[in-house]
Design a binder for this molecule. Structure first.
Ligand code: HEM
Length: 296
């Protein structure tokens, strides 16, 4: 099958509402940037502002791409798999624009750009992540899947986990003051990786109890890492920082609570779907010919 540019149509050529929603989501950062531009909201250094916006959204789309598999499994929403590729390529496009803006910010002095990338560790890490994203986007077509073979293709695309980790490190390293957003995104990443480990360990989709344990563990790790990080940086006791996380203030809700909330939402989804499945009439026993098709 040749790749179609009509991205709003599914593999069978039908108009897909899900694809239209995802395309709108992918266009959202452009709309927000245009709105900021028209209302002078890009600040005194518009290119720098756009570098931050594109980097941020590249990471968001990368994490959403990683969230597709768990959401499709837990929510029994297999249709989501159809838009995973679009989201991944979207992340790569935003990362590409991110570096182009960086080049523009350096007045298109490519020697300076290369020197900066070599000398500044956070840029070197960002560059490696970008190369990885380009490799994955370039091999994301059906033709490349056929050429590489499904196993090799899958192994190559497991690089996405390492790429997301590098992008997160890059995010942390360039953050000067408030690490709230990087900590929250890192917590979501921990959950996403934990889900995959659970799938491997249990050789199948985890149940509600396992998902509950995962939500608790991911948020506990975020609380602990944040307390240790802040403790070391400001030379205060991590236990004091941890204690402050339990003083509820909606304006200052610690990222660990949101990671826990996100994990609990998945648990609820799992329970609802399991209940729906139970109340459905059992499917008819497959005839021998159906059984062969299902095994294939
Ligand atoms: C050659 C590759 C890259 C270069 C040169 C680069 C450069 C930069 C620069 C200059 C900043 C702003 C730093 C500051 O103002 O002090 C930044 C921020 C950022 N970059 Fe990159 N980057 C690269 C790749 C990536 C990739 C691949 C991702 C994600 C997939 C990414 C995600 C981010 C994020 C999330 C931020 C912070 C945005 C925010 O402030 O909200 N970058 N990057």
């Amino acid at each position: 099958m040749t790749a179609s540019l009509a991205l709003w149509r599914d593999r069978r050529g039908r108009i897909s509402t899900l694809r239209i929603v995802v395309l709108a989501f992918l266009a959202l950062p452009v709309v927000l940037a245009a709105q900021a531009f028209l209302t002078a909201g890009l600040g005194a250094r518009p290119i720098n502002d756009l570098i931050h916006r594109t980097g941020y959204w590249a990471l968001v789309f990368l994490l959403v791409t990683l969230a597709v598999t768990p959401l499709a499994r837990v929510g029994r929403l297999n249709g989501l798999i159809d838009v995973r590729r679009m989201l991944g390529v979207g992340a790569c496009v935003y990362a590409g624009v991110h570096i182009l803006l960086f080049v523009a910010d350096q007045m298109f002095d490519l020697f300076k750009v290369a020197t900066e990338i070599v000398l500044r560790l956070y840029l070197t890490i960002g560059f490696i992540a970008l190369l990885g994203l380009i490799a994955l986007a370039a091999t994301s077509t059906d033709a490349m899947v056929r050429r590489l073979g499904s196993r090799r293709w899958q192994r190559l695309h497991q690089l996405v986990y390492g790429i997301a980790l590098l992008a997160l490190i890059h995010f942390f390293q360039q953050t000067k003051a408030d690490i709230w957003v990087p900590t929250f995104t890192a917590g979501l990443f921990v959950w996403l990786m934990g889900y995959r480990l659970l799938m491997r360990w249990r050789k199948g989709a985890p149940g509600a109890l396992a998902l509950l344990a995962l939500a608790a563990l991911a948020s506990a790790l975020v609380f602990a890492a944040e307390a240790i990080g802040i403790g070391l940086y400001y030379r205060v006791s991590p236990l004091l920082v941890l204690q402050s996380a339990f003083e509820f203030d909606l304006d200052m809700l610690r990222p660990g609570w949101l990671v826990l909330g996100a994990g609990l939402c998945v648990v609820v989804l799992q329970l609802v779907q399991a209940r729906r499945q139970k109340s459905r009439p059992a499917p008819a026993k497959p005839t021998p010919s159906h059984a062969v098709e299902e095994a294939a």
